[in-house]
Design a protein around this ligand. Structure first.
Ligand SMILES: [Zn+2]
Ligand SMILES: [Zn+2]
Length: 346
């Protein structure tokens, strides 16, 4: 009841300043919503999940609110749901044999700070903007409340395109963020973790979150300019996979069963962890091809080779000393980027 009163006063306030917007936010009853959104579609003929989808929109009584709420909750549940298992894994010593930087231990104070920053960005930057998601989807011709969903083969092709687009966007945007002024003012926060944890995937300046999110979300909108067969459910599956990828890449663990051992072009934690440790190299997210083709993984391969060429008995010690060297070089490289203005003034 209190929530309804709050909603009604908010609506009255919006109505005073923008009657058009207020009109879009009116909640209609179930019969009106069903007639408006689904007309004479026989919902009983649909699959269980499609019926659930339609009933959610009917229950909510307003498509903008329904899409906004679902999008926000999806992000929170998937992101934190994927981060928690990594926090548990890090507390179990048996898993440490696969930790990429085993001497580093994240403190609970760091974890708490990371959680606070991520939540603050989600609630102050993302939450207000997410209500625009439904109108933007409609503008680009993406299906939202509509049922049935796209066939699986179409979903798979669309998601493959989004992965390739995002990886390309991220590679260039990330390289841009390593340019002195952008690094010092924006990207430096994300590099606070030289040995990242899953939660640090979105531990970044709000500007960085906004810039890199374009890679995830522009792919679907770009696709809609050419084809009008994209459903928001496909976008949700894509966002879920992308969040899994981002959190896992920051997990700090490379298991024998990690995806990169089966898909050689998959970057995984092994690739991105090196970026955090070495500060240079490995700028892409999902795939290795951009770094490989442009030679921005030369230090990564040289490091791997030095460790692999050590005798089995010495490997752990060689790896530890190589790690120290790489990290020291990284600290020096970061210092140089941060002091770009002083170098220029000399
Ligand atoms: Zn970086
Ligand atoms: Zn990172």
């Amino acid at each position: 009841m209190a929530a309804q009163q709050l909603y009604e006063s908010a609506l009255a306030f919006v109505g005073k300043h923008s009657p058009e917007l207020a009109e879009q936010l009116v909640i209609t009853n179930a019969t009106q919503t069903q007639a408006m959104l689904y007309g004479d579609i026989n919902l009983d003929a649909l699959s269980w999940f499609e019926r659930l989808w339609a009933n959610y929109y009917i229950y909510m009584g307003n498509a903008i609110l329904a899409t906004g709420l679902m999008s926000f909750l999806l992000h929170e549940i998937v992101y934190f749901g994927r981060c928690i298992p990594w926090l548990i894994i890090d507390e179990i010593p048996w898993f440490h044999q696969w930790k990429l930087q085993p001497t580093k231990k994240t403190t609970w104070a760091q974890i708490w700070k990371c959680t606070r920053v991520v939540l603050l960005t989600h609630f102050t930057c993302e939450a207000p903007l997410i209500w625009l998601f439904h109108p933007i989807c409609c503008y680009f011709g993406m299906s939202t409340f509509e049922v049935p969903f796209s066939p699986l083969w179409l979903m798979a092709c669309q998601i493959a395109f989004f992965f390739v687009f995002e990886d390309t966007f991220h590679y260039w945007a990330h390289r841009g963020l390593h340019w002195g002024p952008l690094y010092k003012n924006i990207h430096k926060l994300h590099h606070e973790f030289s040995a990242p944890i899953g939660l640090a995937a979105e531990y970044a300046h709000p500007m960085e979150v906004m810039i890199l999110a374009q890679g995830t979300i522009s792919g679907p909108f770009l696709y809609c300019l050419f084809r009008q067969d994209l459903h928001i459910l496909t976008v949700y599956i894509w966002v879920t996979l992308r969040l899994f990828q981002a959190v896992d890449a920051h997990s700090g663990y490379d298991f024998p069963w990690s995806l990169r051992h089966f898909l050689p072009f998959w970057a995984g934690a092994d690739h991105h962890d090196f970026h955090h440790m070495a500060f240079v190299n490995c700028f892409s997210t999902s795939f290795r091809w951009w770094d490989y083709c442009l030679g921005t993984d030369n230090k990564y391969h040289a490091y791997k080779e030095r460790v692999a060429s050590a005798k089995a008995g010495d490997r752990a010690a060689v790896e530890a000393s190589e790690m120290k060297k790489v990290e020291a070089d990284g600290i020096a490289a970061e210092r140089e980027v941060v002091s770009y203005d002083k170098v220029k003034a000399q």
